[in-house]
Design a protein. Sequence first.
Length: 380
Amino acid sequence: MSNYKLLTPGPLTTTDTVKQQMLFDHCTWDDDYKKITQDIRRELLALAHVSPEEEPDQLSAESLESGEYTVVLMQGSGTFGVESVITSVVGEEDKLLILANGAYGERMGDIARHAKIDHEIYNEHYSQVPDADVVEEILKKDQKITHVAMVHSETTSGILNDIEAIGKVVKEQGKVFIVDVMSSFGGVDIPVKEWGIDFIISSANKCIQGVPGFSFIIARKDLLLESKGKARSLSLDLYDQWKTMSIDGKWRFTSPTHVVLAFAQALKEMREEGGIEARNRRYTENNQLLIKKMAELGIYPYIGDAHQGPIITTFYYPEQVSFKFEDMYAYIKERGYAIYPGKVTEAETFRIGNIGEIYKEDIERLCEITKEFLEECSHE
Ligand SMILES: *Cc1c(COP(=O)(O)O)cnc(C)c1O
């Protein structure tokens, strides 16, 4: 099989050095392994700007647990993390408000429905961001609402929602704020506490550039402790997962050891690149170049400039040429890149992710390939 790079929102193209870490079969109860988990947890807190700036090797279990926020690693893909938070912290007497402007927001609604959690959904058009004034109105009108959940980078369209503005309203109204930062954490700087966020969820295989296998939750510790005994699921019980992990870094059930080793390496490489700031710069440059080059081919983004995020872009099909997505996908794949189908319902679109080990050269190459494809289509 010939190799290709992923221009998808995760799993994404990782470095060989990240993948090489998975050649080692690590013992799970070994102290070295538990320390790797603790180092990862410490580093995630630092990335979220909620931990003291101590070096990971000075770490003790006490110092990791002494802060206002804590970290839980959870087996499974990103959705498992979102489901773990929603079904563990929204109690039986509570009500959840979900803001949805894409498939991942809607999935939170699905999770609530499955768990029979009392909830309400504020749907916004896929091309628009949820409005803080509307959220304020809903919260003032329905005093039963205790929790608010939303997505930051809605991967469905590539839109970047204004979680800072919503967080402000949610805090003013004294509610708990849960944010899916799956496809933005590590690629966009998120000062978690400053923005009033109580729980964030992301996963190993997005902007930190690890491989799939677990999600992670950064949680306000007092609210996590309060959730004890509320979980509707055994394996997704956030409190119980934390309880075991907080002792010395041991995972409650079998941990994805190879994925954890790869993730530790991915964090190291992120630090070497220059942290979130450098990664955000590379992604933003990739994204702007992509949008500029595509415009030269008559291909324009679905999301307006003001809210387009730096992670993934939805593009309308060009007007003059007609083709099937499958043909374009195959043509581009043969030439070294995998792209993503569109997910918005009202128009024909496709998506290009620009996160992972993707650089300017890749964006230029992709746009050349797309140009050749469109030329071939118009000759037919
Ligand atoms: C990737 C992603 C998820 C999680 O999806 P999984 O397929 O479960 O990993 C959730 N929310 C957003 C915004 C995502 O981009």
